[in-house]
Design a protein around this ligand. Structure first.
Ligand SMILES: Cc1cc2nc3c(=O)[nH]c(=O)nc-3n(C[C@H](O)[C@H](O)[C@H](O)COP(=O)(O)OP(=O)(O)OC[C@H]3O[C@@H](n4cnc5c(N)ncnc54)[C@H](O)[C@@H]3O)c2cc1C
Length: 427
């Protein structure tokens, strides 16, 4: 059997390795195609290349030689078209590859708002490896940076700019955020404002509840020199990063006649609509995993979900009949030096009726425990604290009562020495 995987991000790479580690050696051919990088790398760690804290070899989770050792064929090239009937993929260099199973692990692409002049020199997105060198080039000698968007990538872009520009006399970095604060569509208001204050303390000028209406080149040299906000404010800009979200990369699937909604529609066995040709066999020719896939409960655009998808699809392709069940959501990141982690369901609308918020005395760190109507824990959220992942997931999976969680706070805190300094303030 030949399994051809398009995309060597965490979803595709995990699938390829799992298949070969657990599969039937020679009988199973696995080909991994990428138009971005010959070897899998950690996308969440990409920013550390831009800040100079890591080098490319540090971003690779596996030694280069391990791919050949496992017998995984790697192809660098862009897939232009899938012919589902002929079970072939066509690359832009003319190569045609045949397969028994085709897995789409094509990830996400930037969601750039229409109407902004993003073709000017100095204007970037930041999702692909190629963006690292391009942004690095624009940051040389730049004094004024603007980030459009207050999500995870927006915070990272501001931090990258700060690393390069803060030492320069008269420099400015401005983040333009449509919501009331950073990550305002994901984080509850208190946490969003805490992150906003944290960025301000790191010298980032934050403009909230406003948008960029134009990106302009005043002197006609093709380089950006300012942006104008919707309230008419003009902000100087030598570099602009457009970080207004990402959307699943679905065009290949759409062109192949596979059903696409927000993402590539799949069932709990990661089968696309192509599976209708043999529905009772729980088999398909085309599957989709990772950021590009839309499961029955929605699109999950996190690194951790991509890894789980890859692991689970490997088992299915090796013969398992087990459906993939909705996992307890998990994500973590760092906003400058502020650690963030979230488990389960933590809606942006969480308030004192649906959650308990604990903060330290100067509101610089916090822990929120979200509960349902029966006061069972359904989500946990922390800023500036390290939590024990296994305990958080256990509390949520076992629907532990809120009172138990509050009594056992020490169990969840990674840095136990911090607990006595932690003043509980319900908000
Ligand atoms: C800057 C940044 C920071 C992030 N930080 C975090 C974080 O802290 N925590 C977290 O959980 N998530 C984070 N994410 C999101 C996380 O990286 C993604 O959820 C994850 O990488 C998705 O993995 P994937 O395998 O589905 O796709 P991807 O990693 O996007 O890989 C898809 C691959 O497919 C290739 N491809 C697509 N189309 C074709 C084609 N036609 N032909 C050939 N190759 C093709 C792409 O070029 C790419 O290499 C971050 C993302 C970015 C950009």
């Amino acid at each position: 059997m030949h399994i051809l995987i398009i995309g060597n991000g965490i979803a595709g790479a995990t699938l390829a390795r799992r298949l070969k580690e657990r599969g039937r050696g020679e009988e199973l051919m696995v080909t991994l195609i990428s138009d971005e990088a010959p070897y899998h790398f950690s996308r969440p760690a990409m920013m550390y290349l831009s800040t100079g804290q890591l080098r490319m070899e540090h971003l690779k989770s596996f030694p280069d030689e391990s791919w050949d050792a496992l017998g995984i064929s790697r192809v660098t090239g862009h897939v232009e078209r899938i012919d589902a009937e002929a079970k072939q993929v066509h690359l832009s260099n003319g190569t045609v590859l045949g397969a028994d199973v085709i897995v789409l692990a094509t990830g996400s692409r930037p969601n750039v708002p229409t109407g902004l002049n993003t073709s000017l020199h100095g204007v970037h997105t930041y999702t692909q490896m190629q963006d690292v060198a391009a942004l690095d080039d624009s940051l040389k000698g730049a004094h004024h940076g603007v980030v459009i968007g207050g999500g995870l990538i927006g915070v990272e872009a501001a931090e990258i700019m700060a690393t390069h520009m803060h030492a320069r006399q008269g420099s400015s970095i401005t983040s333009v955020v449509r919501e009331h604060g950073f990550y305002g569509n994901m984080l509850p208001r208190f946490e969003s404002q805490l992150v906003t204050r944290h960025l301000q303390q790191h010298g980032i000028g934050v403009r909230v509840t406003t948008t960029v209406s134009s990106i302009e080149d005043h002197d006609g040299d093709g380089r950006v020199d300012h942006v104008t906000l919707s309230d008419g404010t003009v902000i100087p800009a030598d570099v602009v990063v457009v970080a207004t979200g990402v959307v699943p990369r679905t065009q290949l699937a759409k062109d192949a006649g596979v059903t696409v909604d927000d993402g590539i529609v799949v069932d709990e066995w990661f089968r696309t609509s192509n599976a209708t040709s043999f529905p009772r066999m729980r088999k398909s020719i085309i599957y989709a995993i990772g950021d590009c896939a839309q499961l029955p409960w929605g699109v999950q655009q996190t690194w951790y979900a991509g890894r789980m998808h890859g692991e689970h699809l490997a088992e299915i392709l090796l013969g398992s009949d087990e459906p993939f069940c909705e996992p307890i959501e998990y994500n973590s990141a760092k906003f400058f030096d502020l650690e963030w982690s979230t488990y389960g369901r933590v809606p942006a609308e969480s308030d004192s009726a649906s959650s308990v918020l604990l903060t330290d005395t100067n509101d610089s760190r916090c822990l929120r425990i979200v509960h349902d109507a029966k006061r069972c824990v359904v989500g946990i959220h922390a800023l500036g604290l390290r939590l024990r992942q296994s305990t958080c997931e256990q509390w949520i999976a076992q629907c532990k009562p809120l009172d138990h969680a509050l009594e056992e706070l020490r169990d969840v805190m990674f840095n136990a020495e911090f607990v006595p300094a932690f003043v509980g303030v319900a908000k």
